[in-house]
Design a binder for this molecule. Structure first.
Ligand code: HEM
Length: 341
């Protein structure tokens, strides 16, 4: 009987520290990027081994435009550029990203040490589009003050929600991940009475009890399939910020078996539903990045397919999503902006 491919550590539990690196691969940097992907499990083991309680892990994702540059292997069925959204009030931009590295640990120094080692290997081969260091805040709250992550699936339900299965056998054990960096207007948010904040989120602030409201963030993100069953994603959101610079944010990261589910949630939030013109969380939170990646299985990294013959990748990726373009410059997003495809 064939064994199921081993996933990367996408199902790791929430940790108290994370680093999110979004990189683009420079022309000619492909081989270095491939070597890093192949070495990543070993590097993570080397740094994490001395601190087993630190639960260091690193998930690598590959963006749509990078796939054919890195691998002579069929594309994952649902890998495409992030679809930007233009609502009446709020927009979700698409921003560049060929590689995502999602580092997690119970200690920030372990994430830092691994990120340093990764970047040492990639220097000259990639441009850093974004780097965010996230932290656990109080009792797992986001910077809006609400407990974040409660309704995440666990156990077999999480595997079912997150891992590609028989629908794309060559990519079984993989996953799709969408990341978005949100900046909050905390002064405006904190000026709202707590009851108003609770109606926007759909949960009580102190006790985290779900409220009955069909236009809340929770309601807009409750998505059902054709048979009425709830469709879950696995979120590992982390707060980040810099009080000195007045920057307060949430790094949204959602893993799913197909990006369709997360994309439906985003359409509900930005374009609205019959119950709400948009998710009012967005009146206080601006999306400044948005990228979709495919996360291959650990087995795939262990035995990377061949690199494409030079020049053969041109024209095989789907065209960039309409409206995608460079990111508005971020103070902490060095590197040139490239088309988000
Ligand atoms: C639920 C915060 C963005 C999907 C929640 C909850 C909070 C929260 C506090 C309630 C507790 C929980 O179940 O986790 C935020 C913040 C965001 C953000 C601060 C960024 C500013 C997003 C985005 C998506 C999303 C972009 C999807 C694309 C969900 C889902 C739930 C949820 C699926 C659970 C709904 C349910 O109860 O079934 N979020 N969220 N969130 N959020 Fe978000």
């Amino acid at each position: 009987m064939a064994t199921e491919p081993e996933p990367q550590s996408v199902l790791s539990p929430l940790t108290s520290a994370a680093i999110f690196l979004v990189l683009t691969v420079e022309d000619g940097g492909e081989q270095t990027a491939r070597e890093l992907l192949a070495d990543l499990p070993g590097l993570t083991r080397a740094i994490g081994f001395g601190a087993p309680d630190g639960r260091l892990s690193c998930v690598a994702g590959v963006g749509s435009a990078a796939w054919d540059r890195l691998f002579a292997f069929p594309r994952p069925a649902d890998l495409h550029p992030f679809t930007p959204l233009e609502g009446t009030r709020h927009r979700a931009p698409a921003t560049p990203g060929d590689l995502l590295l999602h580092l997690r640990a119970t200690r920030p120094d372990l994430c830092f040490a691994l990120a340093t080692e990764i970047m040492k290997r990639l220097r000259g081969a990639v441009a850093v589009q974004d780097e965010v260091q996230g932290f656990k805040y109080l009792d797992v709250r986001d910077l809006l003050g609400f407990v974040d992550g409660t309704e995440n699936p666990v156990g077999p339900a999480a595997r079912q929600a997150v891992l590609v299965g028989a629908e794309d056998p060559e990519h079984a054990g993989g996953s799709y991940v969408i990341v978005q960096k949100y900046l909050h207007d905390l002064d405006a948010w904190n000026a709202l009475p707590v009851e108003a904040q609770e109606r926007i989120i759909g949960r009580t602030k102190a006790t985290n009890i779900e409220l009955d409201a069909d236009d809340s963030h929770v309601a807009l993100n409750t998505v059902t399939g054709p048979d009425g069953e709830e469709q879950d994603i696995l979120r590992d959101n982390m707060p980040f910020g810099s009080p000195g610079r007045g920057e307060f944010g949430t790094y949204f990261i959602g893993y799913a078996r197909t990006p369709d589910v997360t994309e439906q949630m985003l359409r509900n939030m930005f374009l609205g539903t019959s119950a709400a013109s948009h998710d009012r969380i967005l009146d206080f939170s601006t999306a400044v990045t948005g990228t979709l990646f495919y996360v291959p299985s650990a087995d795939f990294l262990d035995d990377l397919p061949d690199a494409p013959a030079r020049g053969s990748a041109v024209g095989t990726a789907p065209p960039p999503a309409a409206g995608s373009g460079p990111v508005p410059a971020q103070a902490d997003a060095p590197g040139p902006a490239r088309p988000a495809s």
